[in-house]
Design a protein around this ligand. Sequence first.
Ligand SMILES: Nc1ncnc2c1ncn2[C@@H]1O[C@H](COP(=O)(O)OP(=O)(O)OP(=O)(O)O)[C@@H](O)[C@H]1O
Ligand SMILES: [Mg+2]
Length: 529
Amino acid sequence: MPAERYKTQGIELEALARITELIGAAVDLDTTLASILEVLGETMRMERATLLLYDQGRQQLVIKASCGLSEEEEQRGVYRPDEGVCGQIFQSGSPFVVPDINSEPLFLNRTGARPTMSRSRIAFLGVPVVVKGDPEGVLTVDRLFSDDVSFEEDIRFLRILATLIAQFLTLHREIVKKEARLVAENASLKARLHQAHGGHFIIGKCKPMQEVFSIIEKIASSSVTALLLGESGTGKELVARAIHEGGIRRDKPFVRINCAALPETLLESELFGHERGAFTGAHAARPGRFELADKGTIFLDEIGELPLALQAKMLRVLQERQFERLGGTKTFTVDIRIVAATNVSLEEAVAKGHFRPDLYYRLNVVPIILPPLRGRKEDIPLLLGHFLAGSNERNGKRAKITAELLDFLVTYPWPGNIREMQNLVERMVILAENERLTLDDLPNGFLRERSSGEGPRIVPDGAREPRRRSLQDIERQEVEAALRRNGWVQVRAARELGLTERQIGYRIRKHGLNRQDSFRRPEDDREGG
Ligand SMILES: Nc1ncnc2c1ncn2[C@@H]1O[C@H](COP(=O)(O)OP(=O)(O)OP(=O)(O)O)[C@@H](O)[C@H]1O
Ligand SMILES: [Mg+2]
């Protein structure tokens, strides 16, 4: 082999090596193809190189990448698959050489890149790009004609290159397909999640919450009774709505009733409705919540407070979906899903004789336990971020939580759970003077309410070190905090503190506590059912 040939082969090999490298590192189809042609132009001393690919939509061969052509020239380079030399290469699937483009009538020079009155002769070489046996495009180069050029060698090299490009195209298509599948899968998963949780934004990456999500998803499409168990403010209502909106009943009513908010007779009439004249003041017949919830979901909040006298009637609705209005004889049958919630232990209530065991078993078909916030520390930063974003948006602020405050809030025991956090964040965002929220922005007394058992006690600076509290102070604050947490329902606050109703009543009078003087938190204003 002549020395010249060795040299050419060396250059070709180098070009191939660079091109394979480009393909290996490919991120984007167009840029990679353009770089491949650039390497070709550089190493092969070629004037122009183009890669035409068949465009199914346009039914034309279109320049996909080029080297040595302006953008305008590129755009002009569009051929019908039966047009000119490129069309012929594409249709026949064989290479084509035009030793002198000026003397070849088939040569269209559509791009206008080649001067027609050139003194040097230009040779044109083209090879098909074949993907899985089918021609998909054409790779062409122009090179200045000289006698030592061996077209055969050039064609051989171009064919290797065309094969590499074809493989790259195949690979790329597979990736695109896979990507499209992943995107679709992702979208459908998101949609399912959104649906399953009824579009409610329930935050929780901790394991117990993942468990909650999985149960919601499993039961949403059925009508099985669910019982939500969790402390105040742990998200029971949010989950109840998510169950409703994740299922087939989502377009039907979601009716909530708080069993602790009304005295017995009123509650009975609220639940089951009444006929005209059923009791003094019943001037007209009125449907109850069960009737209103027909085809939808009824959310029986604080079911643990349901008076014993109403429990039998409730049991019948659970078992037979039937009831009569107060003062009525007509039996109503409803199609409802029942979701109940309680923040007291029903088992204990059963043991104490406050709750019918048969009703408890009927309710406890699918129990869902909502963990208290102090037990899900990993979710605290997420939740803070979520509420901060909301409060900022509502109040047109850009508050941020500093690291020291975050540290404190992660170890804070959150007796009022997520609702307490939501209120705290809203309050700090509204009141803060600076964008950076620090320990100083915590409401007065907040540091003091922190349980002393957990973590190092944080005292931001000497000035804010809370004064030593007297026993009287502590008692007053504890009682008031418990009342606030329980919406000023004395029975519940007493239970939380381990006091009897009489004992808490005594302390309320002693410290002159009343709801108006206490800081009004949004939770105190919630509708009673
Ligand atoms: N995982 C969560 N992600 C985002 N927000 C939440 C989450 N859990 C609760 N919240 C929000 O916290 C507040 C309290 O939740 P919710 O009213 O559902 O609690 P609850 O358990 O019903 O409380 P209570 O027993 O006092 O009625 C609501 O504003 C709710 O949107
Ligand atoms: Mg609630």
